[in-house]
Design a protein around this ligand. Structure first.
Ligand SMILES: [Zn+2]
Length: 104
């Protein structure tokens, strides 16, 4: 019997390794990067462990594929009445808007 905490820890470690590898190789081997992210997502689903926060933005909410700023992800800062950052997936066109909080 393996403790749940142990499973979660191992799952997180593996996801981290997969994402780090994906980040490293995605420019040369985008298909492999996508594969790594698929595996990481599968680990997450199987163990019901969420993708670590710092990597979550690297997975498109629309097509569930690996996206990377400057490559398959467009990042734009939109100033104005409600300033926000938009993340556009260049694969499927999914847009995520994140409001910027005013600090005054
Ligand atoms: Zn997408």
């Amino acid at each position: 019997m393996v403790r749940r905490a142990t499973i979660r820890r191992i799952a997180r470690e593996r996801m981290e390794i997969l994402f780090e590898k994906a980040i490293k190789i995605h420019e040369r081997e985008p298909e492999l990067a996508m594969r790594y992210v698929q595996i990481a997502r599968r680990i997450g689903m199987k163990t019901r462990v969420r993708i670590p926060r710092k990597y979550r933005r690297l997975v498109c909410r629309g097509c569930k594929q690996f996206v990377h700023p400057g490559c398959t992800l467009r990042v734009r800062v939109k100033p104005g009445g409600q300033p926000h950052i938009t993340y556009t997936c260049l694969r499927c066109g999914h847009i995520t808007r994140i409001p910027i909080k005013k600090t005054d």
